[in-house]
Each structure stands twice: as C-alpha cells, then as structure tokens.
Design a protein around this ligand. Sequence first.
Ligand code: ARG
Ligand code: ZN
Length: 894
Amino acid sequence: VTVYRKDYQPYPYDIPHVALAFDLAPEATEVRCVMQVQRKADASADAALVLDGEDLELVSVAVDGQPLAADRYHQSEHSLALYGLPADASVEIVSRCKPAANSTLMGLYVSGGNFFTQCEAEGFRRITWFADRPDVMSRYRVTLRAEPAYPVLLSNGNLVASRQLPDGRNEVEWEDPFPKPCYLFALVAGNLTHRETTVKTASGRDVLLQVYSDPGAETKTEWALDSLVRALRWDETRFGLELDLDRFMVVAVHDFNMGAMENKGLNIFNAAYVLADAETATDANYEGIESVIGHEYFHNWTGNRVTCRDWFQLSLKEGLTVFRDQEFSADMMAQDMDEAAAASARAVKRIDDVVTLRAAQFPEDAGPMAHPIRPDSYQEIGNFYTATVYEKGAEVIRMQHTLLGEAGFRAGMDEYFRRHDGQAVTCDDFVAAMESVYVRQHPGRDLAVFRNWYRQAGTPRVTVKLEHDAATRRVTVTLSQDCQPVGVEKKAPAGFVKAPYHIPFAIGLLDREGRALPLRHEGAERETALLELTTQTQQWHFDGIDALPVPSLLRDFSAPVIVDYDWTDAELALLSAHDSNPFARWEAGQELATRQILSLADARQAGRTLHADPAFIDAWRALLTDPSLDAAYRARALALPSEKTLAERMQAVDPPALAVARDFLRAELGRQLAAEFRQAFDDNQTPGEYSPAPVPAGKRALKNLALSHLMAAGEHEAQRLAEQQYEHAGNMTDSMAALSALINYGQGEFPQQALAAFYDKWQDNALVVDKWFALQAAARYTTVQTARELMKHPAFTLRNPNRARALVFQFCLNNARGMHHPDGTGYAFWAEQVLALDALNPEIAARLARALDNWSRFVPALRTPMQAALQQVRGHEGLSRNVQEIVSKALEFA
Ligand code: ARG
Ligand code: ZN
C-alpha cells in the first residue's frame, strides 16, 4: 500500500495524557496503557478511535474502568478500532510483546541482556496499541517494574518515584513535562554504569547530563559527555536555545539500526557514536561522536519542541538538524584559530559534507528511489530516512541561510519558534517563517520559487556561459538551469515539466595570473558575488575587466547542483593553484583528477596502456608542497575522487575499470612524487599524547595519505615505514591506516600476521572487531569467496547491524572488484544476504537492497546479472514491505 501526502487527515481525537506501566521481562513484557481520549470539537460523534499495533498480543480493553463489550471494538491485523466512545474517555489497553524475540530492533527489544526501545518512525505500535503518528502529542507518565538484575530503569523526563516492591522487583516512575508524539518515547532497563556532570544553563538552571554504557565502558564516555556540554553551550550561543529539562541522558547500545535517536531527555545511541578512547577510536570516530551527539541534542528544539505533522515532513526536523550539526562541527573545528586557519578548517568540513552528499545523495537523486526532500508518497516510511531527506534537506536549509545571512536566518529561526513551539508542523511552515524575514530584507521578492526545492526531485544542472567584451571591458555571465525527470517522474504523463529552482550561485572571477577580480554586485564590491538564479536563464554583467577571466563557480557549494562549464585543464590547474576560495580551489583539483581517472578508465576499457598526464602530476605536486596550505586541507585536496562520485560521470558504469584506474593513479602519484610524499610523511608525525583536535587529526590524514601512495607505488622503504607505524602507533587512526596499507599493498607475511594479531588483541571490543571486518571486506584481494569465509568467523553475526554493515554492506557497497565481478557471483551473494537479513530486520535488509538501485546504468555485462538478482529478491515469498518497495522501484523506475 502506498501512502500519499495529499491524503493527510487530522486525527479525530486528542490524547492529552498517557500512563504506561511496564512489567519488564525478556520473554514477555506486559504493558498497561491508559489514555485520556478527547474527541475533537470538529470530529464526527461516531468517529472510531483507531489505534495501531504490530506483533502485540491484546490482553484487555476497558473504557472508563469497564471492560469494553466485544461488539464495541474490532481488531484487525495492524489496527484496533474502538466504537461509540464518549467525547471524553479513559481508555485502558493491556497488551504483551516479546522483547527477546524482537530482531527488528524497532519497538522494545533486548540487546546485551538489557532492554531498549526505538520508536521512530513507527515502532511505538510494537509496544502498545496507540495513535502512532507524530501529530498526536501527549504528556507521559511511565512506570517501570523489573527484576533486580535490571537496576537502572530509565524513561523520558524526570524521575518522580522509586521503590522496591514486596516481590523484590524495583519500580520507578518517570514523568515527562512536555507533550510529545509517541515516536519520542523511550525506555532503558538494565545493568549500566554512567558518567555525569552538572552544568548551569544560560538562564542559570543546574542541569544533570549523563552518559550510560555497559559496565567497563565508562572509561570510553568522556568525549561523548564533553561533546554534549559543547553542544548545549553552542545551541545557547548560536541559536539562543536552552535545555528545557533538568536531566538529559544518553545511553549507548550495541544493537541499533541507525546512528542515534533523539527521544525526549533520553537519547539512545548506537555505541559506535558514544564510545571512544585513543587506543580504540579513530579521528573520524571522534568527529562522528561529536557530530551525532550534537545532532541528537539539537533535535530537542528542532524535532521535539517543534515536531512534524506527518512523516512526509521528515526533512523539517532532519534537514534542519543536520544543518545545525554541520555548523556545530564547523564552529568546533574553527574555534581558537586565527582567521585564515579558521577559514581553512571550515572549508575542510564543507568539503567533507559535500563529498558525502555527492557520493550518497546525487546517485539517489538520479535513481529509482529519487524523491523530493518532502516526498509525496511512500510504501514504508523506514525507507525514507535517506540522504535526500537528511543531506539534501540540510543543503536546502543552508541555501536559506545563504539567502538570508546569519542574522536573517537567526531571526527566521526565532520567528519559527515564536509561531510553532509545541506544535506538529510542516515544511511550508518553516519556509513561511524564513520568508517573513526574507521579504523584509528583499522588498518585492519572496521564496515562492524557492519552495520548488521541497516539491521536486533530481539534481538541477546549471550551465554557465562567460563572455568578455574588450571594448566595454564587460564580462557577461549567463546561467541556465535544467532538471530532467528522475525516478517515478520518468513515468509521468506527457507534458510533465519541472519548474525552475531558486538557486543561490556564488561566483568569483580570476585573471590569468590567478588574482581575484573585484566584482561589483548589488551595491557592493567583493571577491565573491552571490547570483540568485530564479528563472530558466539569467544574465549578470561585471564591468572593468580587461580580458576573459577564469570563473570560480559555485563557491562553497552554495547550492546542491551540478555545474556545467567547459574549463580547460590549464584553467583548472590555475584555479587549483590560486583560487582564494578554498572550497572552489579543492573543487578544481578534484575536477582535474576526475578527468584524469575517467580517461584512464577509458584507456583500460579500450585495452590501451595507462599513462598519467604530467600536467596532472604537476598540479598534485603543487598542492602537496604548497606551504600555505595546512595538512587537513591538503589531505582533502590530494584525495582522489571516490568511485561513487566518479561513477556518476560515466555513461555506462564499470566499477572494476574505475578501481583499476584509481589504483593506477594512486601508485603513479606515489612513484612520481615519492620524495614529496616521503617528506609529508616525515613532517606530519604527531608524537606525544593523542588528541583528536583538527590540527593533529589533519596531520595524520595527510601523513597516512602519503603512506598509502608510497605503499601503492611499492616504494623502497614504504613497507618498513608502514610496519613501524603499525607496531608503534599510539592511536587507532595510525594503526588502521598502517594495517590497511599493509594488507592492500604489502608483501610477505607481515600483513596477514598483523591482521591476525589485531583480532587477537581486540576480540573483546565489538567496535574494533567491526573495523577488523570492514578493513577486510573492502580489501583489494577480497572476493565473494573471501567474504563468505569471513562470514563463518565465530565473531560474525547478521543480527548485529554494526557487524552486518562492517562485512556485508562494506563488501557490497565498497568492494568494486569483488562485488562487481563479471561472473555475477557478487550479486547472487547480495540477493542471499538481503533475504537473510529480511527475515531478521527488514529495515536493515532494505538498506542493503539499495546497493543495486542504479543497476540500469552499469555496463551491459553487469546490468544483466544485476537485474536477475533483483528479480530473484522480488520474487521471494514473504518479502517485507521495506525490501519490496526498494526492489520493485529499482526494477520499475530505473
Ligand atoms: N531521528 C533519528 C535521527 O536522525 C533517526 C531515527 C531513524 N529511525 C529509524 N528506525 N529509521 O537522529
Ligand atoms: Zn536526526
């Protein structure tokens, strides 16, 4: 069944109060749910109270204390309808669920012997019968009863009572003072320890911050708790938003479908985004923890205080909160730096975010699952926690920030909270609040065209034309936009045309020596002009320019679009060496590398010998040795574009050819720039105590990039450097980098021995064992057979999503040679794993299913077996709704 946005109907009842009582036991937990139910004034008197439920055993139904007669309610597979209720009633429903048997990790489940919940989007219906939709908001009082083996009993809000029962069990009561939709409900019960601190909020209230973990892991929660304090402070200073509770808890769990969940006052986190110490966590892990801690904390205002009217509005909270966490991370990275260093640090963060967007969201926007950031329909909402809703959603918020400016955006946010605090609202409501500021700033203009970003799918393409008139010394810039139908739009009736977007397009112009030209635009003279493209084609003039300049386009990635401009290689090299905008400078280098790798892949497909262009090597040498660039930036500038990004540029995608081309270039750079890379390796060591701060992390990134080039090139001495680094590393970033270089490019017995020793050393640390699996799953030598062998390892299980991601996802998504072997065995493996996962955890299975989304764009030799594998999955009986939606769309709309 497909659900449509246009079919939204308000719920006929209010449910202002909910009292939940849990008798927790792993095999069967009994839940008593008492709701105060009030028919809305405008609802029909005979409107049934329809509640959702899944995998529940119904024990009893009572209204106002009396058991409800059998003819007054009707239970069907996924709903319970109550008829003839008084306008104001107390409805009591008792039900049972089976937490230990729940492998979906939605609703109430057991992990590591403890109880956890995940309710967003539709997991609450697996806990009790309820109006499981975000526009029904209630105040919750929660009673938890459990054996003493579960000493820690947590739920949302404040702890109001705690006692021991005559039967020896413990009982606690929690009360959440804020009305919330049921997707924000949470409970945790088990044997946990915690780390805590008390801080004063801006208005002077003391609040208790706690991070819970398994006993023994309390040594690994310091960074998470510190990050939480930083997030709290940042939201106060940048947005004027204060924590509204007296107590805020974060709990780490090892079995979790996603990154984390913003349940009111009780965030539940994938342990991978909480636990860290120098020995076991990489720089990227530290960064990820800070960012996800921030993300979930920021949801308290953007998501919880103001929530979504329906799930089509998901980007209302996710796009906005991703934007906020990106800004938080950028501010943390740039703090305590001088202006130039701060600008570079911000550019690094922006580059990383754009790399993610291009690798994950652009392909989605060009494939069968393409959807607007506010989708019009879905079959399973769990499939719409996508890069489009999250990352493109954040870009759409960022464009509003760019159009309004920092102060204007802040005024728009203030207005949004003034209008909607405590409500469940739509994306339109958000834009309207921003627009109220924009129209004041820009009389006569509005955000009407901008709203198309919410309505249409696909990545717009902006074509740039540059003309110079020597007589008038005038440059004319012409921008034209185009967005072809994608996904389901391809089957739209004839005459379907997409409306133009409102595209903030930042440009600069450089003279032929690489100097920035001042641009006069909207009454100011700057190096960067923000052009607002709102129709199909527009022109702008810049005067006082002597010769045709080199354009620096879409600076800072000011809009999520693809730019079409035919730079010469020499112009790109100029930009890569001189552009004063660090983002655009990086972009120019990436474009050069993209051209280089694509032409190598062509040569490979045509059976020609591969040669690297000397001009390209020179451009890379210039970046590598530019003393004005810090290490973190150079590591990004010198990174070769990912296979995912490159694939988007191929007519017919051939992952093995791309992998060979990239590998060739990596090795060739290592050979030709051996001395420079060796210098970078030596210059960027980080001896002494480990710190995840951006400067040392940047040094490690550059040093380890250098090491991988030297190893790929088979450089004399490289293996000795890698072995030494592996044996003496004082942090996981360096251990992993060395081990990865060794197993992919090393010789002799050391690499495999080190791999085995690594497992022996870390076998009791699940997060490190995940790294161990992931390293091998993506290794160049790993074939389907190797992957199957790894699955037989005693530490492997499909039931733990992190473990499945480490091995199966890593292989299917990031091992071009193994997965895309022309014999099709990779796709058969994929089909098998999708089906095996689907029997356990449909949400995770559907994520894996998406690995073949873009099958129709591959070379024919791969396309055919991919299609066959998709058909095999689609034909499987008892397929979940989640996987069904993905594979049927892949086969239908590709
Ligand atoms: N709201 C969470 C976050 O982005 C994600 C929850 C998604 N849950 C799920 N089962 N799909 O922080
Ligand atoms: Zn979120």
